[in-house]
Design a protein around this ligand. Structure first.
Ligand SMILES: [Zn+2]
Length: 280
């Protein structure tokens, strides 16, 4: 949800659409700079969460951040920016910040993973007094982006075991499908959840992004589609929502904003489709 007009506006928008939780950027996602959050803005945000009954606020880090960057200037800038992301989330009372692991660009996947671990180590050391945790999001594996496979995410997490309490995972359904995990089929979904538990551990999955996919299985292209209108299809979401071990995890829509052909807010349409799966 947009923070235009103040952080509390994202909470009001979530409540108006019928959400139980909210995800936001705590700064412009395409800029490095951000003006500090005033105490008054933070207070209004916390008050809105309480009065609107919105739980599990989640922050998504800037898209500019690349913790795997072989260029040391860019990586240093990314580390600084991620520290600020965690500070801002803490100020707003947001427990987790989601970040894409990064892209190795001109280096190799192995070097990229080593750089991510080093970056995360520095970030977590510098913010050791903050309660905020980092959630690594799985990716579609476009270009040289890391985090396409559960094994890649696990390699980072295992390597940072001493910081385990401040690291978790966010699973995006569109990214997993585009990465080659067949969440469309019943058998593929079952296997994915089993692998997720075995390789990462379900207790480390703190958020799920619910997005259908415009692109086919294994396409490695990240294009979100409205729930049920894409290659994943509504049955995939029904299975996920009804899964006894997943249903307590907060879930967030990242589908396109706007209105459908009947003039209904797409967030309302997508939420209605999801709740219909649960018989609500
Ligand atoms: Zn996502």
């Amino acid at each position: 949800m947009s923070i235009a007009g103040g952080y509390h506006r994202s909470v009001e928008a979530a409540a108006a659409a019928g959400c139980d939780c909210v995800q936001l950027f705590t700064k412009n996602n395409n800029q490095w700079r951000a003006k500090p959050i005033s105490d008054d803005e933070a207070r209004k945000f916390r008050e809105a969460l309480a009065t609107k009954n919105i739980s599990f606020p989640l922050s998504h880090a800037s898209y500019l951040i690349n913790l795997a960057a072989p260029d040391e200037v860019l990586r240093k800038k990314s580390i600084e920016a991620m520290v600020i992301e965690l500070e801002r989330a803490a100020q707003l009372g947001i427990p987790h910040v989601v970040v894409h692991p990064g892209a190795y660009t001109t280096s190799t996947a192995e070097q990229g993973i080593a750089q991510i671990m080093d970056s995360l180590n520095q970030i977590l050391a510098r913010t050791h007094d903050l309660p905020t945790t980092i959630l690594l999001e799985n990716t579609a594996g476009q270009g040289t982006t890391l985090g396409r496979t559960l094994e890649e995410l696990a390699a980072i997490l295992v390597g940072l075991d001493t910081r385990a309490h401040r690291l978790g995972v966010c699973i995006d359904t569109c990214h997993a499908f585009a990465a080659g995990y067949d969440l469309h089929s019943e058998i593929g979904f079952k296997k994915f959840v089993q692998d997720l538990d075995r390789i990462i551990g379900l207790s480390r999955v703190k958020a799920i992004h619910l997005n259908d996919s415009k692109k086919p299985l294994g396409s490695r292209v990240d294009r979100h589609e409205h729930i049920g209108d894409g290659e994943l299809g509504i049955d995939a979401f029904r299975r996920l929502l009804k899964h006894p071990r997943l249903r307590k995890i907060p879930m967030y829509l990242e589908t396109e904003k706007g209105f459908d052909s009947h003039g209904v807010d797409w967030d309302v349409v997508n939420l209605t489709r999801l709740r219909h799966c649960l018989g609500e």
